[in-house]
Design a protein around this ligand. Structure first.
Ligand code: C2E
Ligand code: CA
Ligand code: CA
Ligand code: CA
Length: 278
């Protein structure tokens, strides 16, 4: 350890070294992932609590590397954000998700919508609204069939561009959701100004609903606030019947989680599930 000028020690532990080697390895492997068809999207249904119907599915990125095996998006997306690779990957995600939605709509799920996660870096590209419009237009999918999921940080760190981009996307008909809601620092006035369509209640609050009174208080407050501001609510990470009951009692609109379905590849199992709940 070395003492630097400001009275703090700088460590470079073997663990940190291993971490940065891994990041470097992933960065190199990611460069080829798109060309080699190693990326895939899985889809997780968002279930309306009152009716049991599914109005939309969330696209979640999967990477299966031939040698390293499956790598979690929580691990490789931060790497792709650091290197800028997220722009290319994010565009691929948008195109693929919209193409899949188009296929489902043609296969009888005419009203289905799709939710796509956006990284802050994508969001701050001035050409994002045009790119999104162009992708939707090329696939002949109406803009209100696309929900873009942003985390709270996007709005907080750069409110001016954020407002502009959000206004542009919204004026073209695209819906905006706040992901992992409750873990960031967005204010009520911001939410109102951004005309957010949906709040996704972070799964960390949902997990312990059964035995944590604070989490119950937080979740019910989020739902009431969203209702007062005219926003939809989706609870993430719903795994048990008891969690679902509580959310239903509180008036939460949608639930997403293993209780209903894991994220699935776009095959027969998923199609059957969606058709059974259309
Ligand atoms: P997220 O957007 O908050 O996605 C929810 C995560 O919770 C997903 O993890 C999902 O598989 C997982 N999940 C769903 N239901 C349950 C449940 O009942 N219990 C538990 N314990 N987990 C559940 P996943 O797929 O590993 O994705 C992790 C994160 O990676 C996502 O969190 C999102 O932030 C990011 N991500 C995934 N795909 C993309 C993408 O295409 N673009 C960007 N920018 N980020 C993505
Ligand atoms: Ca999400
Ligand atoms: Ca989330
Ligand atoms: Ca998350």
């Amino acid at each position: 350890a070395k003492l630097d000028g400001r009275n703090t020690y700088r460590f470079f532990t073997p663990e940190m070294r291993a971490q940065s080697l891994r990041a470097l390895q992933l960065e190199n492997a990611l460069r080829r992932a798109l060309d080699r068809d190693e990326l895939q999207l899985h889809y997780q249904p968002q279930v309306r609590i009152r009716t049991g119907r599914v109005h939309s599915v969330e696209a979640l990125l999967r990477w299966n590397h031939p040698k390293l095996g499956p790598i979690s998006p929580s691990e490789f997306i931060p790497v792709a954000e650091d290197t800028g690779q997220i722009l290319q990957i994010g565009e691929w995600v948008l195109r693929n998700a919209v193409a899949q939605l188009k296929a489902w709509r043609s296969a009888g799920l005419a009203e289905l919508k799709i939710a796509v996660n956006l990284s802050a870096i994508q969001f701050h590209q001035p050409q994002l609204p045009d790119l999104v419009s162009q992708i939707l237009h090329a696939a002949a999918v109406p803009p209100d069939a696309l929900e873009l999921e942003l985390t709270e940080g996007v709005a907080v760190n750069d409110p001016r561009t954020a407002t502009e981009t959000m206004d542009q996307l919204r004026s073209r008909g695209v819906r905006l959701s706040i992901d992992d809601f409750g873990t960031g620092y967005s204010s009520l006035s911001q939410l109102k100004r951004f005309q957010i369509y949906k709040l996704k209640i972070d799964q960390s609050f949902v997990q312990d609903l059964d035995h944590d009174g604070n989490d119950r208080a937080i979740v019910s407050a989020i739902i009431r606030m969203a209702q007062a501001l005219g926003m939809q609510t989706t609870a993430e990470g719903v795994e048990t019947d008891a969690q679902l009951q509580f959310l239903r009692d509180m008036g939460c609109d949608e639930a997403q989680g293993y209780y209903f379905s894991r994220p699935l590849p776009p095959g027969e199992e998923l199609l059957d599930f969606l058709k059974g709940r259309a």
